[in-house]
Write a protein of this length. Sequence first.
Lengths: 280, 280
Amino acid sequence: MTTIRAACVQFSARADKSENVALMAPLVAEAAGRGADVVLLPEKWNAWMDGPGLRPLAERLDGGETVDAMAGWAREHGINLIGGSIAIAAEDESVHNVSIAFDRSGERVAAYTKIHLFDVDVGGFSYRESDGTAPGSELVTAELDGVTFGLTVCYDLRFPELYRALALDRGARILTIPSNFTLHTGMAHWEVLLRARAIENQAFVLATGQHGTPGGLDKPSYGHSMIVDPWGTVLAQAPDGDGVIVGDLDLTAQASIRERLPALLHSRADLYRTAHAAHT
Amino acid sequence: MTTIRAACVQFSARADKSENVALMAPLVAEAAGRGADVVLLPEKWNAWMDGPGLRPLAERLDGGETVDAMAGWAREHGINLIGGSIAIAAEDESVHNVSIAFDRSGERVAAYTKIHLFDVDVGGFSYRESDGTAPGSELVTAELDGVTFGLTVCYDLRFPELYRALALDRGARILTIPSNFTLHTGMAHWEVLLRARAIENQAFVLATGQHGTPGGLDKPSYGHSMIVDPWGTVLAQAPDGDGVIVGDLDLTAQASIRERLPALLHSRADLYRTAHAAHT
C-alpha cells in the first residue's frame, strides 16, 4: 500500500459517557464512508475530566462499553481505528490514559499508556492530570496494514525525544497524537509543534483535538485537528465543531523525502545522551 | 541581569574574505550602537563555499584575519560576540565549521564545532558539506554575562535531541543557530523548527541566516533571521538584505514559563533512550 487515507475525528465530550459513545458512532461511520483506511479519535473523548471521579468511568482493555463499541466500529466498517484515548482502570484505584489501536477485524493490536501527565498552570487554569491518573513507561507502536504507527497522547507532544525514538528506533512512519489541547497553549503551540514533529521525523502526523468546553467543564479546548505530511505541510485542518477531516498519506513521497534529505540517517544519538539518561 | 538585549546580523557573504570582514565591521558597530549585550553573526559569513577550496581560507582558533577581527570588535565595543561560524583548519587537510564565542573583553570563551554536516539534495541542488569539512562530536555551551548559551550551527536545527541536551543537561537558556538555510528548505521549515526549539526547550532562540546567493555561487539562501522567545513568539525578524535585528530577552518571564509549565522537569529521559544510544 503506497497511499493511506487517514481520517481525524474532532469532538467535544459531553458530560455523559453513553451519549458520547452514541454521538461518536455516526462520525466514525462518516469517516469510513469517505474511504478512510485508518481513523483517529481525540483524547478521552468518551469522558473528559481529571481527578478521582474518572475511576468509575474507566474500562478494561479487554472490554467495556467504549472498548466494545470501538472494536465493533472497526470490524463493522473494516477500518483500522486508533481510539484516541480513554480511561482504563489501573491495578490500584487510579486510571491510565490509554490509546488503543484496533485492526480491520476489530482486534486490539496495541495499547499505549500516556507517559507525560499534564500538571501545569496555563491560561488562568490549573490542570493536575496526575491526580487520579498514573503514567505509563513504555513506548508503543502499532502495525496497521503493514505500516508502523507511533502512538502518543496530547502533552507528549512537548517531548521531542519520544517521537525521535518512535521514528528512529521503532520505524514509525505515522505519528498519532489524540489530544485535548487547551485553548491558551493551543493558539501558541499546537500547529508549530505538530509540524515540527512531522518535519524532524519526516513522518505523517495525525492529531485530533477536542473543541469547546469538553465534559461540561469550563476549561476551553483548542480543536484545530490536523493532518500533516513529512514536509510539514498541513494537508487538512478541522474547523470549529464536531467533524471529520480526511487526508491521503503518500508513503512513496515520504520515502523520497527521507532519501533526499537523510536527516534520520545523520542522527548522532551517541552524542546527545542526556545526563539524566546516563544516570538511569 | 534579568534582560539581555540580543542582536542578530543578517549577511550575504561576497566572494572575497577580506571584503566580508570589512563589510561586517559596521554591522557589528550598528548592533553595539543599538545597545546589544550579545551579537550573533551567520554561518560561514566570511567565506561561503563547500569543498576543499575552503581550506586555504581557514584560520586557527587562536588567530587569523577573521578571528582577530571578531575578538577586536568584542573588545572595542565591550559586547559579547558569537561569531556565527567560520572555517577553522583541522589537524588533517580538512576544516571544521566552528562557532566561536567571545566575551566583552574579546577573550574566546567557547568554540563549538558543527556536528551535523549538510549532505542533502533539495531544491534542485546538491550539497555535500562533508566534502572537505570534518564534523565535531562535543556539545558546547558558553557562559556570557553569567547566562548559559547553547551553541549550534544551521543543519543542527533538525536534531531536537541536541537542543534538549543543551537545555536540560547543560542549563542553556539561550540557543544560538547561525545558519545559511537554503531558500527551498527555509520556506518550509525554518520558522517552524526555530519556534519549536524555543517552545519545547522554553529557551530563547537567536538565529541568523545568510540571504541572496552567498559566496557568488548560484545557490539561493533564505535569510529571515529571527529572535524567538520561550513561548514561541517571534520577537524580531529580518527583512531581505544585510542588516541587524534586535530583541530584548526577558529572563524573568522565561523563569515564569518554566515554573508554570514545567515540561523540562517532566522529561523522562530514562524512557526515550534510543537503541542507537544504547548500543554505543
